[in-house]
Design a protein around this ligand. Structure first.
Ligand code: ATP
Ligand code: MG
Length: 392
């Protein structure tokens, strides 16, 4: 369901599916995600592969996709290269509702474009996916982080501000003033929150062209009728973002309210030794989307034929019949649990089989809807079901 919706929504916008390996060189994540991030500092499953190489189970998808983009020469293709993935990821975290050590994400990346329309397109596509899945009470928060240079200046300013209020901050925030002062905005500590309410915000410090880029993204989202909230304190857990950042959260989820998010990462490919390549993308957690969507209607999978085996029936004939039925395009199941004939008929009824073939001599075909059954030549069973004809 998630997969077919993602394929339809992203495929229709020109995104092509990519699958990267489950593990990569640890260095890729250290360089690509950022050494100061929670992910790299404490959430990675890292191991030695036996020959002295350090490998890590992928904690996220963007760095691997960018690695693949470079390694497979996709920077020589017409740009942008638009890719999507549906894969499992691994983070060493305390498991709880909506937070697992192995979880699934859908992600999309548009690599090789700086256009504000790419940022807006990606956000609109994620909104469409959440909407199609029925994710409830969803809010979109949006901001811009500007360039690394603006961020560095802002970071100095913020560090100065935090140092001026050091005794009001939580110990954790105080310890990270040097490594990651932006995370102070994430703190739930009351004293820290009070300090942060008066802190300088990056949105007010953007360079003119970044401010213009952001204004264009906002205008396109307005035109698309998407509601969002400007949140200058929005901090993403990955270091590589520049300019646009966004996050969808659902109040239908408890503490783990983040459903998905992303942003622009114009310097990441260069950081991985590629040419300067602007890019943008997002990732959304599948488990959290499903939790926030509540019950999903699951279509019962049809069973055209259940092949039952009567006592003394030839199991090779039964196996051959099920195989041929599948080759003819029917959904066919075979008895594999050694039930009595009565038990098999009960099971066939439970799984909603339309017909049951009872393998004995002579063979019998039962129409489960009408309850009729009749002796049949083995070769006539599949044509009868394909015609959908009732037994008379
Ligand atoms: P959180 O703040 O909840 O830890 P995050 O900022 O680490 O989220 P991202 O790295 O942006 O999350 O990943 C995108 C999405 O992947 C999240 O919004 C969430 O839906 C999902 N996700 C992240 N970590 C986990 C996890 N451990 N278990 C389940 N889903 C997760
Ligand atoms: Mg996290």
């Amino acid at each position: 369901m998630v997969e077919s919706l993602a394929r339809r929504i992203l495929g229709a916008a020109g995104y092509r599916r990519i699958e990267t390996p489950a593990f990569e060189a640890t260095e890729l994540f250290a360089r690509g995600v950022g050494v100061a991030t929670d992910i790299v500092q404490k959430e990675m499953y890292t191991f030695d592969d036996g020959s002295g190489r350090s490998l890590t189970l992928r904690p996220e998808g963007t760095a691997p996709v960018c690695r693949a983009y470079l390694e497979h020469g996709m920077h020589k293709l017409p740009q942008p290269v638009k890719l999507w993935y549906l894969s499992s990821f691994f983070r060493y975290e305390a498991p709880q509702a909506g937070r697992y050590r192995q979880f699934w994400q859908v992600g999309a990346e548009a690599i090789g474009t700086a256009e504000p329309a790419a940022d807006a397109e990606l956000i609109v596509l994620l909104a469409a996916l959440l909407d199609a899945l029925g994710v409830r009470e969803c809010r979109l928060r949006l901001s811009s982080l500007g360039t690394p240079e603006t961020r560095a200046e802002y970071r100095d300013e913020l560090q100065g501000y935090l140092r001026g209020h050091e005794d009001e901050l939580s110990a954790e925030v105080r310890a990270r003033i040097d490594a990651n002062p932006l995370r102070a905005f994430d703190s739930t500590h009351p004293g820290t929150r009070a300090v942060m309410a008066g802190a300088p915000v990056l949105l007010d410090r953007l360079a003119p062209d970044d401010a213009e880029h952001f204004a264009q993204v906002c205008a396109l989202l307005n035109d698309a009728g998407l509601h969002y909230e400007l949140d200058p304190t929005l901090v993403r857990g990955l270091d590589y973002y520049t300019r646009t950042v966004f996050e969808f959260a659902s109040d239908a989820l408890g503490a783990q309210s983040g459903v998905g998010g992303g942003g622009r990462y114009d310097r990441l490919i260069e950081q991985l030794d590629g040419p300067p390549t602007p890019a943008c993308g997002w990732a959304v957690g599948i488990e959290r989307m499903l939790l926030a969507a509540g019950e999903l209607p699951t279509a019962p999978s049809p069973v055209d034929l259940f092949v039952a085996l009567a006592p003394g029936g030839d199991h090779r004939v039964a196996f051959g019949l099920a195989t041929n039925a599948r080759r003819a395009g029917l959904a066919a199941q075979l008895e594999l649990a050694g039930r009595s004939l009565k038990g098999q008929l009960r099971h066939a009824d439970r799984i909603g089989a339309r017909y049951v073939a009872i393998v004995t001599d002579p063979m019998t075909l039962k129409d489960m809807e009408s309850g009729e059954q009749q002796q049949t030549m083995p070769d006539a069973i599949i044509p009868t079901i394909l015609r959908g004809s009732r037994l008379t």
